[in-house]
Design a protein around this ligand. Sequence first.
Ligand code: FAD
Ligand code: DLZ
Ligand code: SF4
Length: 513
Amino acid sequence: MTGNLILVLGDQLSHDLTSLRDADPGTDRILMAEVMEEGTYVAHHPKKILFILSAMRHFAGELRERGFSVDYIRLDDSDNTGTLTGELGRARERLKPDCILLCEPGEWRLLAAFRGAREAWPELQLLEDDRFFCSHEAFRTWAGDRKQLRMEFFYREMRKHTRLLLDPDGGPEGGSWNLDAENRKALPDNTEIPAQPEFAEDGITQEVSRLVAEHFQSHYGTLAGFDYPVTAEQAERLWSTFLDQGMPHFGDYQDAMADHQPYLFHARIAAAMNIGLLDPRRVCLDVQAAYRAGDIPLNAAEGFIRQILGWREYVRGIYWLLMPDYADNNSLGNRRDLPAFYWTGKTRMRCMQQAIGQTLEHAYAHHIQRLMVTGNFALLAGIEPKQICDWYLAVYMDAFDWVELPNTLGMVMHADGGYLGSKPYCSSGQYIKRMSNHCQSCSYKVTEKTGEKACPFNSLYWHFLMRHREQFGTNHRMKMIYGNLDRMTDKSQKALWDWGETLLQRLDNGEAL
Ligand code: FAD
Ligand code: DLZ
Ligand code: SF4
């Protein structure tokens, strides 16, 4: 063929993708492929596989409506090779294109595979993915040769660069760059939580659901009850409903958690945004407009824009700056296996039960549950970074390596030696008590530190601080915490250490806590 063959991956479902932007339906041809390798390189949650494959099929339909010829390879096609490079190789043989275009994959693993393939296929061109605010080059320049990076400084640069939430003099709207301190309210009892918009499964989703049930039965998570947007139009509905109903309270309750409330005032848009159904620039502009129209307070607008313009771009920048070596970091030398209850939710810790339970059911937990519950526990228990990273990559609908890995390895596990963040987000049960109602119905007592009834987060927290004094004892942001530890009597310290050891031994014996 004389036109281009354009391979579109499952997280590249944007019509203005660099490889599709100038495509000519008259001469160019699109290839999309469902392959086993992408569904199994970790055991993805069945709802995540359903989401991506259904969205791919819907997107292929839209491309056809726009006049494109789409070669769409289904998972159960008889000669499916099972890999994306394999499918591109087959199409190349079949069509003999002059040029193959691929927008760069979002994961190092796939980029390396296609770079390898390109050695034998000189017609393969990799194009930059510009669906982000910050290019790899711009991030590299900003990072320079600093030994440690800080999101806050990156975020300010991004605010200035995009002019989002700036006042006419170029300063931050409202006088302060970051209103994090106004994002920490606990949820009052009987707060009304907005209902989520519903997305009924159409014929395509039902067909894919049967396929997923057949091929990925052994994967962790519930397939039934899928209720997530699979087209840009549906994603738009999710977003506009949230902007209207959830966003006004996002700022206040961003860090709150509550029993049987998986979503609270969170947008649930990460998965749609990460596969290209929703444009992050558009989202940030909508938030700014809502603030300027007086519809939402500044702590909501700034808090939300910080997550997308700040954190999302920052972690992506770090990923591409430091991969592939970044994934091997383990600066705290953690070796413990991931407890089996991460896959079942069978634990007596109410907070973990809730976070893991809703993950099983919805492939969703919000940021504070990931960071301060399942993440905090993994940090305190000294879980091997690779195992906990693979868990997060598998279980969340929105999980892709470029965003999951720095969040888990860097932010949660502090395994990169503090490159991403200045101190570990470790905490005792007190934090969870303050930010949730979980402790009220837990079989453990958050007020107790040692003994069978004591909240496991408590002794594990102090055990973590004691065993890592060498790494953190001189960290000025942890001075107060170590001061508290040092004020305890030797006897109290020993009791905490010993009970922490008992709990870790139980984990090593495969017991649930
Ligand atoms: P909201 O709370 O409504 O936030 C709005 C948006 O901000 C999100 O949609 C997301 O795009 C962005 N955002 C917020 N925090 C972050 C962050 N730390 N990093 C990047 N973007 C952020 N997010 C992913 O998209 N994919 C992942 O694989 C992922 N893995 C994570 C693993 C761990 C251990 C932790 C602590 C966080 C992870 N996050 C990940 C970030 C965050 O938890 C999710 O983006 C968020 O929970 C998605 O739900 P939401 O859309 O309702 O977000
Ligand atoms: C996650 C995923 C899954 C489950 N399946 C496919 C697939 O069958 N075909 C495809 O093109 N993409 C899939 N994806 C998304 C890819 O894994 C994604 O493109 C890479 O993780 C790069 O970010
Ligand atoms: Fe979690 Fe401890 Fe509270 Fe139980 S008591 S919910 S384990 S923080």
